[in-house]
Ligand binder design. Structure first.
Ligand code: GDP
Ligand code: MG
Length: 551
């Protein structure tokens, strides 16, 4: 397949709008998987993905499709299509942008009844900024409340998409699906790249397989990659021999070669995924090449301590975390020790759902019992001597008692919220109570409003989404992107039991909220601690000043 007959595309959408179902249908339509294989959402392989019905890890599959146009008969040329399914959830936009780097186009799926939602907007801009050709797909037209014309108006108003470009489909009944692949072939450009240059490819993803070792997913940008070739990593300088190469069809299928523009897998004797850095350029060994533009490195925005529920299980937890991070390199891990919980780990995550999913996988896939501490965000503190430190563990601030804090900064996000207009009032209240600053307030159609706020990240990582869902009867959709650090009046609050600080419960709070947060925390703790024969004082303190107390 020369590049002219290759198309690389992904499917992007708000969660639940039908990406994975549409992917299934396209795989069936091309005979890549059997119809009724008994496992819906074929590409969602992880147990957590099946349980939660969400896609966490982007998966790729290659399909072959004969493109028949009016002037051609059954000799019509066959095309090689690489479909890259992407997660739609806020936390995984890192995975989304990674997938998009290997594509020239994207299907933007929008639910015909729900219309454009918060993640539709975020995903559209990711694709738009990557210069992808975007094919709008209005899905679920079989629903009684479907209103495709309204969705077309929204797409025009928000993204300047011509209504005539939209495909109307039902991934459930199959209606309209026959238009999708012809549109992919006709509207998405073939991959650029020089066929006769030395091989150069982008490392999209890697994972560890017990039998095969490290498996890398790659997009071949220039040249061809053959079994037996010697390749090198631009990041580490190490070289490898290609032991196996092929496509995901949808299982690993050896082909012996990948040509310019193709997406597939490579096995090359790498021993650990640490050697396979996502975003790295792999190229023909013994020559120097211009590395491809990599990805934005994953930014850890939420940190939490993870401790074995039973202190003696430290080794088991350590082993489980090591195995899991082999397949999820986006988690950062450092050892830490707490006087209350013993030895454990401080882990950094892309967001709250990411943290939850990691936690759940630890328990389900590795049988680890885990206690996690209150999540926190990376703050920056400046001391009197001008030094600045990033604080990922509030307890760690205590180790600098001699140093005076002169300034602090906290990360903020730009949040996009879409709601039916009757909920605008309560949502504005919630955002201002969370120290948010309004940036935008517009209507996307007659019933729906779009609000944009700049909010401190700390304010949205605990309970924000639940409260937002609660006050809007479940109608609000929410997405956010990282924004700048903002100077803020922050203090460290300790919790003391009988005068002894419990390091695992220290938090960093905004000065004006400290009193209330402290009061709520000690009240909660009082209910939580069983009645004792003797008196226990529970105190919240800032430095040596007690701000709340229960007995
Ligand atoms: P994703 O989160 O975007 O991957 O969405 P899924 O593919 O997991 O679909 C979410 C839900 O919508 C599932 O229950 C699907 O069965 C359902 N669904 C998908 N496509 C259609 C459709 O065209 N019509 C109807 N009525 N339901 C659909
Ligand atoms: Mg999905």
């Amino acid at each position: 397949y020369p590049p002219e007959r290759v198309r690389n595309f992904s499917i992007i959408a708000h969660v639940d709008h039908g990406k994975s179902t549409l992917a299934d249908r396209l795989l069936e339509l091309t005979g890549t998987i059997q119809k009724g294989h008994g496992q819906p959402q074929y590409l969602d392989k992880l147990q957590v993905e099946r349980e939660r019905g969400i896609t966490v890890k982007a998966q790729t599959a290659t399909m072959f499709y004969r493109h028949i146009t009016a002037s051609q008969d059954s000799d019509a040329p066959k095309y090689l299509l690489n479909l890259i399914d992407t997660p739609g959830h806020v936390d995984f936009s890192y995975e989304v942008s990674r997938s998009l780097a290997a594509c020239q186009g994207a299907l933007l799926v929008v639910d015909a009844a729900q219309g454009v939602q918060a993640q539709t907007i975020a995903n559209f801009y990711l694709a738009f900024e990557s210069n992808l050709s975007i094919i709008p797909v209005i899905n679920k037209i079989d629903q009684p409340t479907a209103d495709p014309d309204n969705v077309k108006d929204q797409l025009k108003r928000l993204f300047d998409i011509d209504p005539s470009e939209a495909l109307l489909t039902s991934a459930k009944t199959g209606k309209g699906l026959e238009q999708v692949l012809p549109a992919v072939i006709e509207r998405i450009p073939s991959p650029p790249g020089k066929c006769d240059s030395p091989v150069r490819m982008l490392l999209l993803d890697s994972y560890y397989d017990e039998y095969k070792g490290v498996i890398c997913h790659v997009a071949v940008v220039d040249g061809a990659l053959r079994k037996g070739d010697k390749i090198a990593s631009a990041a580490t300088g190490r070289s490898y021999e290609v032991l196996d190469v092929g496509i995901m069809h949808p299982e690993l299928t050896p082909t012996g070669v990948l040509y310019t523009g193709q997406v597939g897998y490579v096995i090359s004797g790498m021993r650990s995924t640490k050697e396979a850095r996502i975003g790295d350029t792999l190229h023909q060994a013994k020559i120097t090449v211009e590395p491809l533009p990599g990805f934005k490195p994953a930014k850890h925005m939420v940190f939490s301590g993870l401790y074995p529920a039973d202190g003696s299980d430290f080794e088991a937890l350590s082993h489980a975390i090591e195995k899991l991070t082999c397949n999820d390199a986006s988690v950062s891990v450092t050892k830490e020790t707490s006087n209350a919980l013993g030895m454990g780990f401080r882990c950094g995550f892309l967001g709250l759902l990411h943290m939850d999913v990691f936690h759940q996988r630890l328990e389900q896939e590795y049988g680890a019992q885990v206690i996690s501490t209150i999540p926190t965000v990376p703050y920056i503190f400046e001391y009197g001597d001008g030094s600045k430190v990033q604080v990922e563990n509030p307890a760690a601030l205590a180790s600098n008692p001699g140093k005076r804090v002169t300034a602090c900064w906290e990360p903020t996000v730009i949040a996009t919220i879409i709601i039916p207009s009757e909920y605008v009032g309560p949502v504005i209240m919630l955002c201002s109570e969370r120290r948010g600053e309004q940036l935008e307030y517009t209507f996307i159609d007659a019933q729906r409003a779009l609000l944009k706020y700049q909010l401190p990240l700390k304010e949205i990582i605990v309970d924000f989404y639940n409260e937002l869902k609660g006050i809007t009867s479940g109608y609000a959709t929410f997405d956010y992107e990282d924004s700048e650090y903002q100077q803020s009046d922050l203090v460290k609050m300790d919790i003391l039991l009988n005068g002894q600080p419990v390091d695992a419960m220290s938090t960093i709070v905004h000065n004006q909220k400290a009193q209330r947060v402290g009061k709520e925390l000690v009240e909660k703790l009082k209910k939580f601690i069983e009645r004792q024969m003797f008196e226990i004082t529970i105190q919240a303190a800032i430095g040596s000043k007690v701000i709340a107390r229960e007995t």
